[in-house]
Design a protein around this ligand. Structure first.
Ligand SMILES: [Zn+2]
Ligand SMILES: [Zn+2]
Length: 94
C-alpha cells in the first residue's frame, strides 16, 4: 500500500479547491467572490458585463444582501455575446 499526502489549495473566497497551486492562483484572480477580481470577460471595463453583475450579486449574498429578482448567468452571458457580436458586425458593415 502506498500512502500519499497531497497538498490541497483552497480558494480564499469560495469553496473551490485544487491540487495545483497554479490553477488556484489563476482561479483566485478571477473568482467571482473576490472583490478585487480581474474579470475574465470584460477586464473590468464594462458595467453591463454579466460576469461582473454575477460577481456583485454573489459578494452581496455573502454579506447578507439578497438580490432583487432572478439572475440567470448562462442566459445573460448568451445575450451579452449576441449584443457584442452585433456591435462587431455593425462595425464591419459601416
Ligand atoms: Zn474562488
Ligand atoms: Zn466583467
Amino acid at each position: 500500500m502506498k500512502e500519499k499526502i497531497k497538498k490541497v489549495y483552497y480558494c480564499d473566497f469560495c469553496k473551490r479547491h485544487t491540487l495545483t497551486i497554479n490553477s488556484m492562483v489563476k482561479h483566485e484572480k478571477h473568482c467571482t467572490l473576490n472583490p478585487n477580481r480581474i474579470c475574465r470577460v470584460c477586464d473590468g471595463e464594462d458595467d453591463d458585463c454579466p460576469m461582473c453583475k454575477f460577481s456583485r450579486i454573489r459578494i452581496g449574498i455573502k454579506n447578507g444582501i439578497m438580490p432583487k429578482g432572478s439572475f440567470d448567468l448562462k442566459e445573460e452571458m448568451a445575450k451579452y455575446w449576441k449584443e457584442k457580436e452585433y456591435e462587431y458586425l455593425k462595425r464591419e458593415l459601416y
